[in-house]
Design a protein. Structure first.
Length: 134
């Protein structure tokens, strides 16, 4: 069997490169997966999330926002999209922009009211809002 259509293996390989901090190899593979025609959505979505996570790991924070925005053009739901959307919150916190971070969490709650991540959002948001009042 050829690796070209073995999407689970290709995603796994990219994740292994990320775990070994071989970011260029992981990034290259993930970019191909996000752009490939005919890839099943589940693997494409995971590739988008992993790509945004790599940028968060490496700290080109604006690249995280770009990847999540691009992901939003092809997907509007699902666990990987929700997780990727929450990476935007991490970016704003790292940038020290707590107002934007709080907005991101409020938007997340409105957009994904049934998300499994709502309990975590409900724990974090009041703390951010308290800090903003100080």
């Amino acid at each position: 069997a050829t690796l070209a259509k073995d999407y689970p293996r290709r995603v796994q390989l990219a994740k292994e490169f990320r775990e070994r901090e071989n970011y260029p190899a992981a990034e290259s593979r993930l970019k191909k997966l996000t752009a490939e025609k005919g890839i099943p959505a589940a693997f494409r979505d995971e590739a988008y999330f992993e790509l945004a996570s790599i940028y968060l790991d490496q700290n080109p924070l604006t690249d995280v926002l770009t990847v999540v925005n691009d992901f939003g053009k092809v997907q509007k739901q699902g666990e990987f999209f929700e997780r990727a959307t929450l990476l935007n919150f991490d970016v704003y916190v790292r940038q020290g922009n707590l107002a934007k971070a709080a907005d991101e969490l409020r938007t997340f709650k409105a957009r994904f009211p049934n998300s499994a991540f709502i309990p975590q959002v409900d724990k974090i948001l009041p703390n951010i809002e308290r800090e903003l009042k100080q």
